[in-house]
Design a protein around this ligand. Structure first.
Ligand code: C2O
Ligand code: CU
Length: 473
């Protein structure tokens, strides 16, 4: 088994530019384009530098956590052969990619679970560019929590020119006595803020330093693969540009605090210009919990000579993805109310209901319903059935006292309002953060037929009832 100590602490996902210039978009043709990848989900013993002092038992794709960063080009077909070497069934979901329903990787909804010892083939064309992720969609809090996740990067035809393209895939671990604790699920985590580890890792190691050169331009792809931890990041002393959210390009602008509120499953792509200041170090801090602000990692300017004499101007905008634009004037409206949870959120439910939910490990409701998790093999009745090709506005309301990053499969939506305030130019996303008591409207064209999961990406919440299915027929 591969030891993560031998892995570079930063997964370099792009070509290194020539000393003077930036990397231009490589020309490529669509014809020759298909990529085949073998992924084996199995048990591994890994050293997690700075996280655990002894090698820990984890679950890993191809023996590493994170799993290999998969790269394809827009329009290319990705063929994945998954081998399940785990002691239980699994699957792979391609989070954020608009794939055909039968490739979406949701056991009992879009496919049969991949049994222990079995193989399964996924094949789809990457329609959209950006930073995405892959992970199992069964017994999720344990399977993802044990280490099954990886990035999927779809390259732009004309990427934003940078000197280096860097991925920071973040997760956390519960560590005791120097090893990862193999407990992932309990009623407290399910009913409160989800499972939080006590050690945070970036690309498998704690608080790494990314060293660059004076005046170097980096693309930093931030990906939150934790099961419950929400990140609220700040790059101290740097002025990062936001260039994409959940993979979808945004017109470059200085990254704000809201952009860097990154819930489980969410991504933010930044362009970071290092100053001409040799030896300087900048902390990337997570201040989500103001009583526990910590350093996620550091960005340092090394002793090398500057990449260029002058700092660069604002980065160029990337081309938008070919997303169907919802017709807001004619869109049909649907309400989705998220309720439940500890601290009073279950009060409206009646004591009998509350008790029977808790007995089944269910603490959250969507529109007053708490569907049994599809892991159990039960069919989920759709929350809504949408007419294929029609535009919809989903009015989401968080009637709980917790944050919920709500994720829709198979579609990319636009955020059109927050707490009654219209957003003229709201971002395209596959997940939206709902703060306590917030109301957010999202809009999309229901153009991808099938049954699609619509759930909270705090995986303890997902497994405890904050999960539903939307049918496009
Ligand atoms: Cu990233 Cu339904 O999942
Ligand atoms: Cu939630």
């Amino acid at each position: 088994m591969r030891n993560s100590l031998s892995r570079r602490s930063f997964i370099k996902v792009g070509a290194v530019g020539a000393a003077a210039g930036l990397v231009p978009g490589a020309a490529w043709s669509k014809k020759d384009a298909a990529r085949t990848v073998e992924l084996t989900a199995g048990l591994a013993k890994l050293a997690l530098p700075g996280v655990s002092t002894k090698p820990s038992s984890v679950w890993a794709y191809n023996g590493s956590v994170p799993g290999p960063a998969l790269r394809v080009r827009q329009g290319e077909r990705l063929d994945v052969r998954l081998t399940n070497a785990l002691p239980e069934p699994t699957s792979i979901h391609w989070h954020g990619l608009r794939v055909p329903n039968d490739q979406d990787g949701v056991p009992f909804v879009t496919q049969k679970p991949v049994a222990s010892g079995a193989t399964h083939r996924y094949s789809f064309v990457a329609e959209d560019t950006g930073t995405f992720l892959y992970h199992p969609h069964i017994n999720s809090v344990a399977q993802v929590g044990r280490g099954l996740f990886g990035a999927l990067i779809v390259e732009e035809r004309t990427p934003v020119p940078v000197d280096r393209d860097i991925l920071w895939a973040v997760n956390d671990w519960q560590v005791a006595l120097g090893v990862v604790v193999e407990e992932f699920d309990n009623p407290h985590d399910r009913s409160h803020a989800g499972r939080y580890g006590n050690r945070v890792a970036v690309n498998g190691r704690a608080a790494p330093t990314l060293t660059g050169r004076p005046n170097e331009r980096l693309r930093l792809r931030l990906l939150n693969a934790a099961t419950g931890r929400i990140l609220a990041l700040r790059l101290e002393g740097l002025k990062p540009w936001l260039v994409a959210l959940d993979g979808q390009p945004v017109k470059p602008r200085p990254a704000g605090a809201d952009d860097l509120l990154i819930g489980p499953g969410m991504r933010a792509d930044l362009v970071v210009d290092l100053p001409d200041a040799r030896g300087q170090r900048f902390r990337v801090i997570d201040q989500y919990d103001d009583r526990d602000v910590y350093t996620l990692g550091e960005i340092a300017v090394g002793d090398a000579k500057p990449v260029r004499a002058q700092p660069l101007g604002p980065p160029l905008a990337m081309a938008a993805n070919p997303l169907p634009v919802p017709d807001l004037a004619r869109a049909e409206r649907r309400e989705v109310i998220f309720g439940g949870g500890a601290m009073g959120g279950m009060m409206g439910m009646g004591p009998m209901n509350r008790m029977s939910m808790a007995r089944r490990g269910l603490f959250w409701a969507v529109n007053g319903r708490f569907d049994a998790k599809p892991d159990a093999g039960s069919k989920m009745e759709p929350l809504y059935t949408l007419a294929r090709g029609r535009s919809y506005v989903f009015a989401l309301e968080n009637r709980t006292v917790f944050d919920h990053p709500i994720h829709l499969h198979g579609h990319t939506f636009r955020i059109v309002s927050r707490n009654g305030r219209r957003l003229a130019d709201g971002p395209w996303r596959d997940s939206v953060m709902l703060r306590p008591r917030e109301r957010v409207e999202i809009a999309f064209v229901a153009d991808n037929p099938g049954d699609w999961m619509f759930h909270c990406h705090i995986l303890s919440h997902q497994m405890a009832g904050m999960m539903s299915v939307v049918r496009v027929a």
